[in-house]
Design a protein around this ligand. Structure first.
Ligand code: PMP
Length: 382
């Protein structure tokens, strides 16, 4: 066979059989969501034979040195990426962000105290409900009346409130803080639920007393929740609460008071290593801005679709959009996308329409494929 014939044969084979690097499906799910391919591969190896120990990570004791080292390395990678100051602890907990809705007020509001909350959607509302069973909540801003389409800016603090709680990115409504609320010069601090935008770009951790985030969007699989807590706050002891609900319990035991979610932490570590290899949080921020910018431009340009989110508050992680009018059923576009391998684009049931979650691990080619589908769909109607 000549060289040209060989090349031709390879092309024909590749045409029929997709090469491993050609992605045929893009997962736009809001969470659990797509993970970097290298993280999935790292997870596979860990399941089969963790660090060449001849044992699967799934069968290893959390007291064994490979696992203790894994936790230390994961914490170290997170600290490096986020440039976490020395006076903060990193905790790997269970119970999801939803458990933090309770742990935060239980630990951080004194008896008869209160906290300020900003209501920017369903997840903030859940945090507020949980806080109300512990202490007084002052809702100092809400965009509820406007369908949570913007981030409230004019917040009037309550004197004596322990902290301000915000949801930095609103997964369902597609809003995101571009500037965090400024604090007065008092003892209060900022608490943020960053479940859906943690690690999407650089962050000044020193502005926060506590940050929490479920892993299953930008970090890894469900099962582990990251907490970053300022060390003085971890020592507070306002009331008698269950041992597992106390931050100091987990600080004292390096997140190993009970059996921790070892496998989930391993996948988080693989994701963190991947983030470091592609230029850290500055690198990913540029990529995220580019992906989101392109998609919002197409939503603006396309005659069929529109965004209901205030332009300056639009999330670079979750991009909801709707049809401009109700002449076409949502399902028609969803099925059109599904056939092209563009999966889980249905908007949250409370909002309707569509939502493209374009977390860190969504490749630019996924966003390009979605834009191409939107354009092709439009051409059917004009
Ligand atoms: N906060 C936000 C912003 C979320 O998006 C979610 C989950 N989608 C949660 C909290 C709840 O997280 P979990 O399921 O980990 O409790």
């Amino acid at each position: 066979m000549t060289r040209t014939e060989v090349l031709l044969k390879i092309q024909v084979v590749n045409f029929h059989k997709k090469l491993p690097f050609m992605k045929s499906v893009y997962n736009f799910s809001a969470g659990p969501s797509c993970l970097p391919e290298v993280a999935i591969n790292g997870a596979k190896i860990a399941i089969e034979n963790f660090q060449k120990n001849g044992i699967s990570l799934l069968e290893m004791s959390h007291r064994s040195s490979p696992v203790v080292n894994l936790f230390a390395e994961t914490t170290d990678n997170l600290k490096t990426l986020l440039n976490v100051p020395d006076n903060y602890h990193i905790l790997w907990l269970q119970g999801g962000a939803s458990t933090q809705f309770s742990m935060v007020p239980m630990n951080l509001i004194p008896e008869n105290g209160s906290a300020d909350y900003v209501d920017t959607g369903a997840w903030s509302a859940k945090a507020i409900t949980e806080c109300q069973s512990v202490g007084k909540v002052n809702i100092i801003g809400s965009s509820r009346e406007a369908g949570y389409s913007y981030i409230p800016k004019d917040l009037v603090r309550t004197s004596g409130a322990s902290y301000i709680h915000i949801t930095s990115n609103n997964t369902i409504y597609g809003t995101q803080y571009k500037n965090y609320p400024a604090l007065d010069n008092d003892d209060s601090f900022l608490v943020a639920d960053m479940s859906s935008d943690i690690l999407s770009g650089p962050l000044d951790v020193s502005k926060f007393g506590l940050i929490y985030a479920g892993a299953q969007k930008n970090m890894g699989p469900a099962g582990v929740t990251l907490v970053i807590i300022r060390s003085d706050l971890a020592e507070i002891n306002y009331r008698n609460i269950p041992t597992m609900m106390r931050y100091s319990t987990h600080v004292l035991k390096d997140s190993m008071f009970n059996t921790p979610p070892v496998f989930a932490v391993c996948v988080v570590n693989e994701t963190l290593k991947w983030l470091k290899s592609i230029g850290g949080l500055n690198g990913i921020k540029q990529i995220n801005n580019k992906k989101a910018g392109k998609l919002y431009d197409e939503i603006e340009r396309n005659t069929l679709f529109k965004s209901h989110v205030s332009e300056k508050d639009r999330s670079i992680m979750n991009v909801p959009f709707i049809f401009c009018d109700n002449k076409i059923a949502d399902n028609e576009f969803l099925q059109f996308c599904d056939k092209r391998g563009l999966k889980t684009l249905k908007g949250h049931r409370s909002v309707g329409g569509f939502r493209a979650s374009i977390y860190n691990a969504m490749p630019g080619s996924g966003v390009d494929a979605l834009i191409a589908a939107m354009q092709e769909f439009e051409s059917r109607y004009i």
